[in-house]
Design a binder for this molecule. Structure first.
Ligand code: COA
Length: 423
């Protein structure tokens, strides 16, 4: 069934948080050569979620903008899947908050998918299969949202690879933005302890070098397997996109494939650098601005390619590699739609970047501290923190063990010390 029905992404929007830290600021504070962060890791800036933002509010901003910009009837959504590894509750999914905030129909299957950074792909592939079976007859769509805040310890080696953001994608049988190729996907799973976040911790534990090795091992397996299953080879791809925990990782991944294919004489005259510049670099600019957004990072690359790609983008074939620590990985492919009007001026990354404010190192630490405070029972204050930054919804803290969200008000009603400090 899946093989015959064209399915894929009908609409895509990326949400950019309103604050960022420049990696030169972080390098100075950590007494590290900024070239390590800029050249060694390939980053520039990392998006910072304010304490009044969380994975729910970011998912809402992305999904609500998608419904508005692409004129989608909420009643047409028959499935809502959130891919995330920054779940806000051990049992209640982010999708259930999102379902209520968006005002979706009660006739809508709603759940979160979890497998570290692979969770966005798990949500997308499951939704694609559902659409292939249901969309043509029912006309219903699936809404996929990948939303995450990447946090590591202050001063740790993972700190410069932090980030935050969300990508919302409408899946259906009229994939004007990105149609999935009908070939069977190639998947790789292995039990590995490279990155995890125990329930009692707010930040992840990561073994970065193990993670890099596991990522490359999974890429090698899935590339070979997808090649065998699909018959697609190096020359069939106009672009190759990879999961981006930090931008240099996409280069490491590209280099692995290029070197292997070169041994078989299959990469033509382009040098490694030229090939990378043409096939992968055009998709990385947004990742360099937002940092790691975990489940959404591969789709942020795709969104970036659509939003700022040149005339080669329309109709281009793209190979995508998704990796989630733990681990599960997948290689699959698709084609960008033939008409840029399907997405033009609706993705939202550049406008989001234009609205951002830079944080000093002290404000960055303050944001982190206030985030920890708001994560505790009794932290809720009756106010809307985000009013000054254009947020449409704000996380206000926890009361009676419930997360409290509020809409903008014309003025702030009351202040806690933390809320006041946010102004
Ligand atoms: N100028 C230029 N480059 C420099 C440099 C300098 N002064 N100092 C170091 N570098 C380079 C290193 O050579 C290295 O490049 P290479 O990988 O191409 O060899 C790179 O900067 C990183 O240096 P390294 O010493 O390996 O960094 P680190 O030990 O601080 O950790 C990570 C790097 C990526 C492992 C760490 O940031 C991390 O754990 N990130 C999280 C990983 C993650 O998200 N995993 C989950 C999903 S995959």
């Amino acid at each position: 069934m899946f093989a015959q029905t064209p399915v894929g992404i009908e609409a895509i929007v990326a949400h950019v948080p309103k604050h960022f830290v420049d990696l030169t600021t972080l390098a100075a504070a950590n007494d590290v050569d900024p070239a390590k962060y800029y050249q060694g890791l390939g980053g520039r800036r990392m998006a910072m979620a304010a304490p009044y933002e969380d994975p729910v509010t970011m998912a809402y901003e992305a999904a609500q903008a998608l419904l508005e910009r692409y004129d989608v009837d909420p009643a047409s959504i028959g499935m809502l899947v959130v891919g995330t590894e920054s779940g806000v509750d051990g049992a209640k999914p982010i999708a259930s908050y999102l379902h209520g905030l968006l005002g979706l129909s009660s006739d809508c299957r709603t759940f979160d998918a979890k497998h570290a950074c692979y969770s966005g792909t798990a949500a997308l592939r499951l939704s694609a299969d559902w659409c292939a079976m249901r969309a043509a007859e029912s006309g219903r769509k699936a809404l996929v949202v990948a939303t995450d805040i990447a946090r590591y310890g202050v001063g740790s080696s993972g700190e410069p690879t932090q980030g935050a953001g969300a990508v919302a994608m409408l899946m259906g049988d009229r994939p004007g933005c990105f149609g999935l190729d009908p070939h069977p996907e190639a998947v790789y799973t292995e039990q590995v302890m490279d990155f995890w976040r125990p329930h009692y911790r707010s930040i992840a534990v990561v073994d970065g070098q193990t993670s890099i090795r596991s990522y490359l091992r999974a890429l090698q397996h899935t590339w070979d397997e997808y090649k065998r299953r699909s018959g697609l080879g190096w020359d069939d791809y106009d672009y190759l996109l990879f999961h981006v925990p930090f931008p240099k990782m996409a280069f490491k991944a590209f280099r692995l494939l290029h070197e292997r294919e070169a041994r078989n004489g299959g990469v033509g005259k382009d040098t490694l650098e030229e090939a990378f510049e043409r096939r992968t670099q055009p998709a990385l600019w947004a990742n360099m601005e937002l940092g790691n957004i975990y489940s959404g990072s591969l789709y942020l690359s795709l969104a970036g390619l659509l939003e700022r790609g040149d005339e080669r983008v329309a109709g281009a074939r793209v190979g995508l590699f998704s990796y989630g620590s733990g681990c599960c990985a997948e290689f699959f492919s698709g084609r960008i739609g033939p008409d840029p009007d399907a997405w033009r001026d609706r993705i939202g990354i550049v406008p989001g970047l234009m609205r951002r404010h830079e944080l000093s190192y002290e404000r960055y630490l303050h944001f982190r501290h206030t985030f920890e405070e708001l994560a505790c029972e009794g932290s809720c204050v009756d106010t809307f923190h985000g009013a000054d930054s254009g947020q449409r919804i704000s996380f206000c803290g926890i009361r009676d063990h419930q997360r409290i969200y509020s809409r903008p008000r014309p003025y702030l009603v009351s202040y806690s010390p933390s809320a006041q400090a946010l102004k």
